[in-house]
Write a protein that binds this ligand. Structure first.
Ligand code: ADP
Ligand code: ASP
Ligand code: MG
Length: 459
């Protein structure tokens, strides 16, 4: 049974500065006031301030190259930015306590970065510990801002709640252990009528070693916490009006999609709709919890509601694109594909822990796309033991997504016709029949997306 509460996640731009944080305070207050009496206060999950995670990653790069001075300057800049915002949001003793905590946090970061720059040996565990600073700091400030505005709030170190494996930078949550901790740490706070405020993205192993859930992972944190607390809604507050019919950085004036199914939202997120971390929907599905995407600058707008089934007029939900992927063509060195070829082939990707997105086959060849090319050289070497391999970088996956795509066989034809003369490298339709994917030259993405969008959404 749902407890009736909500989890509200605010992304980096929604907590970018003091003004944005004041908007967050108002949004949370309004949410709480609008809830029926007796329902628990919201749990608030926040990202690092806008661009802070990028800044921390730059700091790591400086440390790796031994540039102590530059790394130190970056830490100083981050410290000042946080303290300035903290001072403008809080007063008196609360301001002093907050600034003291932030100073300690960034001094610790400075020490860590300086010693890493000395050895120039930065492991993935160090990486996670450094980037965690962003969410630890932002969540402290937001918790203090709530208190300053007379909202009872308790800051929670997310590492006391979210438990993951030790796959640093892409850790996988242990839901059972996390839910047990959420019950112990978060539930008493909300039961006591207080807002729990925690940083997204960061977690810890069962031994307490800091981990992170992958870039954009705060959405995932919110969904994990929401599922554990069995809330009635998971809200993702961001800088756009909801899931749009296409990436607004590529297609001019896309429209808001009012309603999506879990499956559609998952597919769009997986194929590049950055507004949602691809894993966000999993915990929501497990407890059938609606997810809502909302704009923190336009809080009265309805946003996008994601539930188990969506109703809509057209066949399509939205377009998505995943840019800068690499196509790998793998040709069997025998005349035709012997059985066992596919097993050997995919075993290579498994060995190098590299996910494959699109797969197409012909009699003698298999083509796949990969997004993560860190192990590409090793993969090519291993595949070359039994196949001819060719790689083509700077490609992109353009996807057309909708639960009812298959209701009308004409949809595929319209998509192809709209793409006109744009060369298509690979074409596929997954068995879910919810997505058509086209792999094409990355440089053609704006043209391809705009043509598809015109064909399907600007009728
Ligand atoms: P946050 O910091 O709030 O997590 P993100 O930058 O991670 O925000 O995600 C929001 C951004 O996702 C938008 O500003 C937009 O540029 C991008 N985006 C890409 N595809 C879509 C889409 N289909 N709908 C909405 N936003 C999208
Ligand atoms: N701050 C982290 C990132 O920039 C997590 C997030 O914002 O969701 O990737
Ligand atoms: Mg995000």
């Amino acid at each position: 049974m749902s407890t009736g509460g909500v989890v509200m996640k605010f992304g980096g731009t929604s907590v970018a500065d003091a003004e944005a944080m004041r908007r967050v305070v108002n949004i949370v207050r309004r949410q709480w006031e609008s809830q029926p009496g007796g329902s628990p206060p919201p749990v608030v999950v926040v990202s690092a301030l806008s661009k802070v995670t990028d800044g921390l990653i730059r700091t790591i790069e400086c440390a790796r190259s031994g540039d102590v001075a530059k790394a130190g300057a970056l830490v100083d800049e981050l410290r000042e930015r946080h303290i300035t915002i903290a001072r403008s949001l809080t007063t008196h003793q609360r301001a002093e306590d907050l600034v003291k905590a932030l100073r300690a946090q960034f001094d610790e970061l400075g020490g860590m970065v300086a010693s890493l720059a000395k050895t120039r040996n930065v492991g993935l565990a160090d990486h996670d510990l450094v980037v965690a600073t962003g969410e630890l700091a932002s969540s402290r400030i937001v918790a203090a801002a709530f208190q300053e505005h007379n909202l009872p709030a308790v800051w929670v170190d997310s590492r006391e709640v979210l438990v993951t494996d030790a796959e640093h930078t892409v850790a996988v949550p242990d839901m059972k252990a996390t839910c047990a901790k959420a019950g112990k740490v978060l539930a008493p706070i909300t039961a006591g009528g207080e807002l729990a405020v925690l940083g997204g993205f960061i977690a810890a192993t069962s031994d307490g070693v800091t981990t992170t859930l992958g870039r954009g992972g705060s959405d995932y944190s919110a969904a994990i916490v929401g599922a554990c607390l069995d809330v009635s809604e998971i809200q993702i507050w961001t800088d756009v009006d909801g899931m749009l019919t296409a990436d607004p950085r590529i297609v001019p004036s896309p429209r808001v999609v009012p309603h999506l199914s879990f499956a559609e939202a998952s597919e769009l997120a997986y194929f590049g709709a950055k507004v949602l971390h691809p894993a966000t929907i999993l915990p929501a599905v497990s407890k059938n919890i609606p997810v809502r995407i909302l704009n923190s600058r336009q809080p009265a707008n309805p946003g996008t509601l994601i539930t188990s089934g969506a109703s809509r007029e057209g066949h399509l939900a939205a377009l998505a694109c995943k840019r800068d992927v690499t196509v790998i063509d793998i040709r069997s060195t025998r005349m035709f594909m012997a059985h066992g070829f596919l097993r050997r082939l995919f075993e290579v990707f498994e060995r190098f822990k590299t996910a494959v997105d699109v797969v197409t086959t012909s009699e003698v060849s298999v083509s796949v796309t990969v997004d993560d090319t860190r192990k590409l050289d090793d993969i090519v070497a291993a595949l070359s033991a039994f196949a001819e391999v060719e790689c083509e970088p700077k490609m992109a996956i353009v996807s057309v997504v909708g639960d009812r795509l298959h209701d009308d066989p004409g949809v595929f034809a319209r998509a192809i016709v709209s793409l006109g003369q744009i060369p298509l490298r690979l074409v596929s339709q997954a068995s879910s029949r919810r997505t058509f994917t086209f792999v094409l030259d990355d440089a053609q993405v704006p043209e391809a997306m705009t043509r598809l969008h015109d064909a399907f959404f600007n009728e």
